[in-house]
Ligand binder design. Sequence first.
Ligand code: AMP
Ligand code: GLY
Length: 429
Amino acid sequence: MKILVIGSGGREHALVWKLKQSPRVEKIWCAPGNGGIEAEAECLPTDLADVPGLVALGERLSPDLTIVGPELPLVNGMGDAFRTRGWPIVAPSKQAAQLEGSKIFAKQFLRRQGIPTAQMYGEFATSQDAITALSGVNWPVVIKADGLCAGKGVFVAQDAAAAEDFIRRVMDKNELGTGGKRLLLEETLEGEELSFMVVTDGQHYASLVPTRDHKRVFDSNRGPNTGGMGAYSTDELLPPKLRKHILDSIVEPTMRGLTSEGILYQGFLYVGLMLTASGPKVLEFNCRLGDPETQAIVARMDFDLAQVLAELAAETLEPSRLRWKPGASACVVIASRGYPGKFATGIKIDGLTDAERVNGVKIFHAGTHRKDDSIFTSGGRVLGVTSASDSIEAAMATAYDAVGKIRFEGMHFRKDIAANARRVQAAGD
Ligand code: AMP
Ligand code: GLY
């Protein structure tokens, strides 16, 4: 098989790394890729927003399978463009991608299908209407910009002044571009978050191992939200009773709802959950794999990913093929100084070779590029140091051992990825 992977982050590096282990795979291209992916696949420049350009790339390469990592090409209809040409692709349709591309679409879908989610106060097309509605909400309130906002579209407002400021920045000053044309207000849910992902060909589905992301930039969940500063996976995250509850009350109704509404979903569906005192509730859908959750997930895969995804594209997904290594995995993200705000790029990274020698560790690149024999930073999230082991403690120890060998000016990372795994597990029992 010749496979084309679309994207440039740690998630795509993890996918390429896993796909490459398949005896079926002869060639992998990655567009646009990054400094780490370059060592494992042929990287090609591309504009992720440009579907005609991506179609031209497909025409030129004629891959046996295309796998799309990020949301932008999905929301822009890359899946439909390839499928109408008969080209095998792992990508939900443009309509299905609205589950991530429009928070209002997702909320309405959840409500139509009776799936537990945060109660919505309303959706608004003007700042004045949204601000007026603040008089009727409980505090804190969650404000969500409707469109794609690169992870900046959700704000938990503690009081009316903070809420009004966010609403004006999004709706009047267009700080999030077209993503903020409409917004919704919803109740704040409390509990631990869980990332539950499934893979589906539109008829059959299989769940992936559970993961937990660490969204805040600083230890102890302080500071602003990021794309994710680290993730871990253990089976203990999801005791059998909770797993059954999530499948019965959330995943099954979602799959049935997609089918009954005629929405073609072929690809990965990410269900972001809050485990509240009154049961799990949906915070969000993403129409793709999570990043950095994927890095922790691939570390536990014990099956041929290329085979499974080729079958998915052929609508013959075989859920029993997905087998998982017992134990645990963890991914620690190393970020640039200033991230998630403004950050510098072009800084040389040292120590990668030493870090890669740590037994059981794989370093996935995100924001890097290669020049001659050196690797330089090129993004906010730079590396995802990933490890799998028998226990979460052992996986963490190995990952942090490798992190300690990497150096670049201004680098920062959380020191508590997975640190609360045991406590949360005890609380959930
Ligand atoms: P979303 O993009 O909708 O996942 O939101 C990003 C993050 O905001 C989530 O992972 C949560 O940490 C938080 N969030 C979103 N909705 C809510 C809610 N209703 N209550 C509490 N936190 C939320
Ligand atoms: N880590 C969360 C996401 O990929 O959206």
